[in-house]
Structures are given as C-alpha cells and as structure tokens.
Design a protein around this ligand. Sequence first.
Ligand code: ADP
Length: 259
Amino acid sequence: DAQDLALAQELARRAALALDNASLYRDARQAIRLREEFLSIASHELKTPISALQLQVQSLLAGLNRSGAAFDPERLKRGLERVDRQVKRQTLLVNDLLDVSRLSAGKLELVLEPLEMGALVREVAERFEQEYARSGTPLELVLAPEVLGQWDRLRLDQVFTNLFSNALKYGRGNPVHVSLEVEANRARLRVKDSGIGIAKEHLPRLFHRFERAVSERNYGGFGLGLWIARQIVEAMGGHIEVESVLGEGSTFIVELPRG
Ligand code: ADP
C-alpha cells in the first residue's frame, strides 16, 4: 500500500545516498593516495639530481685543489657540462611544480600573438636535434605551410616540448613522426611514436594530475607534463587527446582554433 511504497522509496533514496557517499569517499581516498605518492616521487626526483650535483662539484673542486694550474681544462669542461645538464633538469622539474600551483589557482595568463605554427614546431624540434647531435634526432616533421593563428608562443613551445620529449623518452629510439595540418579553422598537430605505448586502463587518466602510467621509476618525471599541456591547450580553446596501443606506440593529437 501507500505506506509501504513511501517506505520503499525512502529506503531507495538512502541507499543511493550511501552509494554516493561511498564513491565520494573512494575518490577522496584515491586523491589523497595520489598526492602522497606524488610527494614522495617529487622529493625523490628533486633530491637525486641535487646529490649528483653536489658530488660533481666536490670532485671538481678536489681536483682543482690537488693539481692547481696543472688541472686538465678538458676535464673541468666535461664536469661543468654535466653540472649544467643537471641544473637544467632540476629547473624543468621546479618549473613544472610552479606551473601546477599557478594552473591549479587558475592563474594562467595567456599572451596571444600572431604566429606561424610550423616555424615554432621546427624551432622546438631543432632544440632536440642539438641534444641528439651524436645519435641523430629521430624527429621527422611533415608540416603544412603557413599555419597562421593567434597563440601564446611560450606556452605552445612548452606543450610541444613536452610531447616531443615524451615521444623520444618512451619511443624506444624509433623515429617520431610529427605532422601539422589545418582543417577548417583549426590547426592539428600529431606526435606519433612507435615506442612502449600505454595500457588501455591508463588512458582515461593520462591527462590528470600526478598520474604516471609506467610503474617503473627509472623513467623519472612527475607525471605533470601532460596535465599542464592539457590546461594550456584548453586555455587556448583547444583540445588534446591520445591514441595508443601498448607495445606499439602512441599518438598525441593537439587541436587548436586559429584564433
Ligand atoms: P612525466 O613527467 O612522468 O613524463 P607526463 O605527464 O608527461 O609526465 O606523462 C605522464 C605519463 O604518461 C608518463 O609517466 C608516461 O607513463 C605516460 N606517457 C606520456 N607520453 C607517453 C608516450 N609517448 N608513450 C608512452 N607513455 C607515455
């Protein structure tokens, strides 16, 4: 009768509420776990290069103190180059952390200017070429001409740098194909590697903060780059996505309105 029906409805409502609460609780627990894991990775990632730096500087100083004028300048140069690389790496990590707090506070201020996207892609690729000078960079570019639009140069550079560096890092040394095309009023950049790929279950959370798909730590990194890239692309009214097959490779696609 009516009373039973009301009771049943009330019970159903409470059950739904309890389910909601349970899933909220699970999400919160998951967020806390990610944050804790992130903190431990972050401190490790920041500490390792600092310890290495300290050792290198100490050994250079010890060498200088021992041999004075007889010190081999080549050795000093190599040592300082190593120090330079470590400092750069450290700076990248710290910049990522700063970006995350800025972006989380919604403080990303874009500086839009007229750009030719292909030229910027080439510029970023050339920076990697210098790093890969000896082995030859595996970046292969196919760029449509005159991809003009209004974008934030530094932020776009940052997105491309992140995607190229991931493709090279996870690309198993295979060529990385970068293509740029225009469709209607949108520019589309694809970065395709034939590397380790990403497992299906990791794909939905890849652009989230603190997510790292590979459990092995030896790749380094905070798992912040793609989240930052997504924030930047979306702030410019665009969209970023990934297609990937584990063991075969990944393609990251960035679409931006030409503004
Ligand atoms: P990280 O600094 O850890 O590389 P990212 O946000 O750039 O952070 O990437 C997040 C995770 O996504 C990486 O740890 C890696 O597991 C996975 N990933 C990103 N790009 C690729 C790629 N091209 N191939 C395979 N895995 C990738």
